[in-house]
Design a protein around this ligand. Structure first.
Ligand code: HEC
Ligand code: HEC
Length: 334
């Protein structure tokens, strides 16, 4: 199939000559374009020959926590969460090469998506390392096998992040197959015309392919970095520059995603003065009732297998965004 596309693109280029529309666009997927350029990266390819494996079952597992085989529904993967409690399956960053929580907040608001602690599953197959940075502090040796192996990352997250049962081999392959439908597309890379033309050249002349591969790979992150932060040293201090309007977005798109809109948490949050007063009252506590505490340290799953709140790393919520959230809580508690 790829070969056919490849020769088709050459044919188009030959026919249209210099006035072509770039045949780079014939490669919808970044991985296909890289392959056409001779890239030898290894990918996590699902075993579609394994019994019961399908994209649809993978999608159902990720979105709903269970799937159907021969009309029979499988056991729920987790009592507490589905994968989309913490991960978007859509693109969430306007610039994939240099994502920032500030840009992401504006982007997800516009796209009507939540603002979450986990990295997007969109494009996860294009990454090469998982549970990066400080996650080793949280999960210790458990992250080692996941660093280079997406299957292990999926399994770790099913058991540890989702606090649920391990996935069966066919379920993992199905999730992987589904992930290949939400892989990065060439359109996501924001290539300009000059860049497209240089890729086009490399594709049909076979020259400068290394540079072309390098160019493509510079357009997205190959691993999601993770930096753990501590809550502010002084939890009572009010930041006068904080922006409550921004804080509202975080509350609506992140906190309420789990605490109100879905049943991912028992602790209920809403838009009442009573709730904001509760949050404000406990902000400066050194317990799990404090927004500062849970935002930076999360909560721990109590008594073995339980729901818990994942922390926000610096890459998912900046200190200044946390100050904005506080300003919003203070405003609404008034
Ligand atoms: C309660 C929150 C939560 C749930 C539920 C959850 N995850 Fe995660 N997941 C995380 C966090 C936090 C990380 C840490 C690394 C990151 O995403 O940046 C992570 C990491 C991952 C990674 C590695 C991503 C990377 O680039 O490092 C994969 C793959 C993954 N999860 C898949 C899943 C799947 C599949 C499910 C459902 C079976 C799931 N997760 C459910 C929070 C969650
Ligand atoms: C991915 C889902 C998720 C997101 C997003 C999330 N939480 Fe939580 N949160 C939880 C879960 C699960 C718990 C554990 C207790 C429970 O089940 O309610 C928890 C616990 C808490 C607690 C402790 C409750 C108590 O007093 O014991 C607070 C406070 C809290 N969250 C506030 C927030 C705020 C503020 C935000 C937004 C910045 C937020 N949460 C975002 C899932 C989430």
């Amino acid at each position: 199939m790829r070969l056919i596309f490849f020769s088709f693109s050459i044919a188009i280029t030959l026919i249209i000559g210099s006035a072509w529309s770039p045949s780079v666009s014939l490669h919808e997927r970044v991985s296909d374009l890289l392959l056409a350029l001779g890239d030898t990266s290894e990918y996590h390819i699902p075993d579609l020959n394994m019994e019961n494996v399908s994209v649809e079952r993978g999608r159902d597992l990720v979105l709903e926590g269970r799937s159907k085989v021969h009309g029979k529904r499988s056991r729920l993967q987790s009592k507490y969460f589905t994968c989309i409690a913490c991960h978007n399956v859509e693109r969430e960053d306007p610039n994939l090469a240099d994502p920032s929580p500030e840009d992401r907040l504006a982007y997800v608001e516009e796209k009507n998506l939540p603002f979450l602690q986990g990295s997007p599953l969109y494009g996860v197959v294009n990454r090469t390392s998982y549970y990066n940075g400080d996650y080793v502090k949280k999960y210790g040796d458990l992250v080692k096998p996941t660093r280079k192996d997406l299957r292990e990352a999926i399994q770790l997250c099913a058991v540890e992040c989702s606090q649920g049962r391990a996935l069966k081999p066919w379920e993992i392959e199905s999730v992987l197959a589904y992930f290949w439908t939400i892989d990065l597309k060439v359109d996501d890379l924001n290539l300009n015309d000059v860049e497209k033309r240089s890729l086009e050249e490399a594709l049909h002349t076979g020259e400068s392919r290394e540079q072309a591969i390098h160019l493509i790979k510079s357009k997205y992150q190959h691993e999601a970095p993770a930096t753990f932060l501590d809550p502010p040293v002084d939890r009572t201090a009010v930041n006068e520059d904080a922006d409550a309007t921004n804080g509202r977005k975080i509350y609506e798109l992140s906190c309420l995603h789990c605490h109100m809109d879905n049943s991912f948490a028992f602790f209920r949050l809403d838009r009442s003065k009573f709730t904001f007063r509760y949050l404000q009252k406990h902000l400066s506590d050194y317990t799990e009732h404090s927004v500062y505490q849970v935002a930076r340290y999360g909560t721990s799953p109590k008594g073995g297998k339980r729901g818990y709140m994942p922390q926000y790393t610096a890459e998912k919520l900046t200190d200044s965004q946390l100050a904005d959230l506080r300003a919003y809580i203070d405003l609404e508690a008034r």
